[in-house]
Design a protein. Structure first.
Length: 177
């Protein structure tokens, strides 16, 4: 894996992180150890990370604070307070289709509060399709629905939000126009 991260085509290490949702998955200690090793490897190789955090907010935040990687917490499901802590580390927040769900409360709060220069739009394909496609296989053609919802929440034209998040993605991945 370390040699692969030296290839110029490899722009990030991900999806790495913690998932405590299912009890029958890898034990928490094993997940923490592997995640920590992956964070150290990404830092050593100078690559950003795409972090997965499902029902593991405290441990995820603790390891992010300890290692301070450059990266994004994708498909963000934490609180506004956690978002602020992640952003204070210089990281990005990835928001996907959950922001369009009828029962979305915390995702809406996060989408309203995340600094625009730290916001990335995502699909989490093939999961988390936005309304009106909820329950279907998600793909990148649906990202406009997420953008529309966030733009509405923030009182911005959709195109402005898309331009901002596109530029954020370019900066995150080190892509030059």
């Amino acid at each position: 894996l370390g040699r692969l991260l030296e290839e110029p085509e490899v722009v990030a290490l991900g999806e790495i992180g913690l998932d405590y949702h299912y009890d029958d998955m890898a034990p928490k200690e094993v997940q923490r150890s592997l995640f920590e090793r992956q964070l150290l490897l990404a830092k050593k190789k100078g690559r950003p990370v795409l972090v997965h955090d499902r029902d593991a907010h405290g441990d995820t935040l603790e390891l992010l604070h300890r290692h301070r990687p450059f990266g994004v917490v994708h498909c963000f499901s934490g609180s506004v307070e956690m978002m602020r802590a992640v952003v204070a580390l210089g990281m990005y927040i990835g928001i996907g289709g959950a922001v369009t769900f009828k029962n979305a409360r915390v995702p809406l709060e996060v989408a309203r509060e995340v600094p625009l220069d730290r916001l990335l739009l995502e699909t989490d394909a093939p999961y988390m399709a936005p309304v009106p496609f909820r329950g279907k296989r998600c793909d990148s053609t649906m990202i406009a629905f997420t953008a529309e919802k966030i733009a509405e929440l923030r009182g911005l034209p959709v195109q402005e939000l898309l331009d901002i998040t596109c530029e954020n993605a370019r900066c995150f991945f080190g892509l030059v126009r």
